[in-house]
Design a protein. Structure first.
Length: 126
């Protein structure tokens, strides 16, 4: 789980924001959560949807999201092993935040978001 910077979050008005952001900080957590909004995905599906992420970084980010109870990891006893990731209720509660961040990014980037087109194309192909 992400380390809290404060023991208590009543130290200043910004602490609630800091507390919320600690769950989605990290280069890929928000992107992973965004892709999981569409439903359950396997590890390699997530990796294909985010081609810039390394396998190690994706594994670490998924573990942290699972520890924070934002995603659920389901392992099936099969050969080869099958592992699926999906949003928990807590993770699903971030949907309006993630969609708002996406809309804000589109509006304020000042450039065409080529990465957004790549994300949408990869999501459709998966």
């Amino acid at each position: 789980m992400a380390k809290a910077r404060h023991e208590r979050f009543d130290c200043s008005p910004g602490c609630a924001v800091e507390a919320a952001l600690q769950f989605i900080d990290g280069k890929w957590k928000g992107v992973i959560l965004y892709h999981l909004l569409d439903g359950t995905m396997r590890f390699n599906e997530i990796r294909r949807a985010i081609p810039s992420v390394t396998q190690r970084m994706l594994t670490n980010q998924l573990r942290e999201l699972e520890a924070d109870e934002l995603i659920e990891r389901t392992v099936y006893a099969e050969v080869p092993p099958k592992v699926e990731y999906s949003l928990t209720e807590r993770g699903r509660s971030l949907e309006p935040v993630l969609l708002a961040l996406r809309a804000w990014g589109k509006e304020h980037s000042g450039v065409a978001l080529s990465g957004d087109a790549v994300c949408e194309a990869a999501a459709k192909a998966a």
